[in-house]
Design a protein around this ligand. Structure first.
Ligand code: UD1
Length: 332
């Protein structure tokens, strides 16, 4: 089956492309390389023993996307911007990149008659007051422009399903962590803001220490709890989601493990894996952080048989291998 992956040269995209190639699919990647890396696709080809085709283009560029859809049966739409802090400073970038990108893609798909899509959404769509664990029906309340674009992207797909008979899936990712077991592909970002990349930077000396954002939450050790999922499990989840496309309509699934870990547990895990203590300081709470965010993963398990298999140690070991074996990311 010929598949188009937008954003396929990024962190999640490269792991997805590897999983799709290994499963025998033909893959074309559309990426403008704003955040992605062409070298990631070279390494994916080494690992899979075959290549994805690559088209360098913006997903909002309708004529280019129309060309890229030639012969395609379905689309994974991962291209987009994902930094919450940046979205607070530059909301219009998120409207342009994420909503404009989605509108361009849908226009091109309609033009050529491709009507099956799997969308990279986020647990960020849930409101701060939602009950834990988060089921797909929990209250919405996007707290920042990034989250709003994910919620609205889902709504666009709901309308395409309703009005045009499309099959669409929105996967609400929790916290993706780790790297392919080979250590050849991983997360490559100059100034990461997420917890695990920051902890690893503190371990390698790229930053003097990581700050723990609050130790006075109402949680067992006072630090926030999150649902971390191994990037390779997340990639596998995208393959499991294919079966949902057999049913018309818009289907929404949480992609998490249902097992939360605290910031302290993650830091301790990284110390264990690296064999030395993580330099950290106690910081203030980060505005907008929920004390707990954990998935109820049952719908995905019940409908499609998906269960994440890898635990926290595998996430952290693989992430550590990636940073130590690739100190300059894809540059060296
Ligand atoms: C964040 C976004 C979320 C987005 C996701 C994408 C916010 C509020 N949420 O999720 O919308 O979908 O990234 O990957 O930005 N922490 C520290 N020190 C650090 C960094 C993080 O203590 O230097 C803590 C945070 O307070 C949080 C936990 O680690 O409790 C995880 O943080 P992070 O990796 O940024 O993910 P989320 O906040 O869950």
């Amino acid at each position: 089956m010929q598949i188009l992956v937008t954003g396929g040269a990024g962190y999640i995209g490269s792991h997805l492309v590897l999983a799709l190639l290994r499963a025998g699919h033909d893959v074309r990647v559309l990426d403008d390389l704003r955040a992605g890396h062409a070298q990631a696709l070279d390494r994916v080809a080494e690992l899979a023993g075959r290549s994805a085709e690559f088209v360098r283009a913006d997903v909002a560029d309708v004529p280019r996307v129309v060309d890229a859809l030639d012969g395609v049966h379905l689309v994974y739409h991962l291209a987009g911007s994902k930094a919450v802090g940046e979205s607070m400073g530059f909301p219009e970038r998120y409207f342009q990149n994420n909503l404009g990108g989605m509108a361009g893609l849908l226009t091109a798909m309609r033009q050529v008659g491709v009507d099956r899509i799997i969308f990279s959404s986020s647990a960020a769509v849930y409101g701060a007051e939602a009950e834990m664990p988060l089921s797909e029906g929990a209250t919405h309340g996007p707290a920042n422009p990034y989250a709003l674009t994910k919620a609205q992207g889902e709504q666009m797909l709901a309308w395409m399903a309703e009005r045009c008979g499309w099959s669409a899936v929105s996967l609400r990712y929790f916290n993706p962590v780790g790297a392919d077991a080979s250590g050849r592909i991983g997360e490559c970002c100059a100034e990461p803001t997420n917890l695990v990349p920051r902890v690893l930077q503190a371990l390698t000396g790229d930053i003097p220490h990581v700050a723990i954002f609050g130790e006075d939450y109402d949680t067992p050790d006072g630090t926030c709890l999150r649902d971390y999922i191994h990037i390779s499990d997340l990639a596998d989840a995208h393959l499991a989601a294919l079966d949902a496309l057999e049913r018309p309509g818009h289907h929404i699934y949480n992609v998490g493990t249902g097992r939360p870990y605290s910031v302290r547990e993650v830091i301790d895990g990284c110390s264990r894996v690296a064999g030395r203590p993580v330099p950290f300081v106690r910081g203030d709470r980060r505005p907008g952080d929920a004390p707990v965010a954990v998935a109820d993963p049952r719908r995905f398990a019940d409908d499609l048989g998906f269960r994440a298999e890898r635990g926290l140690d595998q996430m952290l070991e693989s992430a550590w291998r990636w940073v130590t074996e690739n100190p300059r990311g894809y540059a060296g």
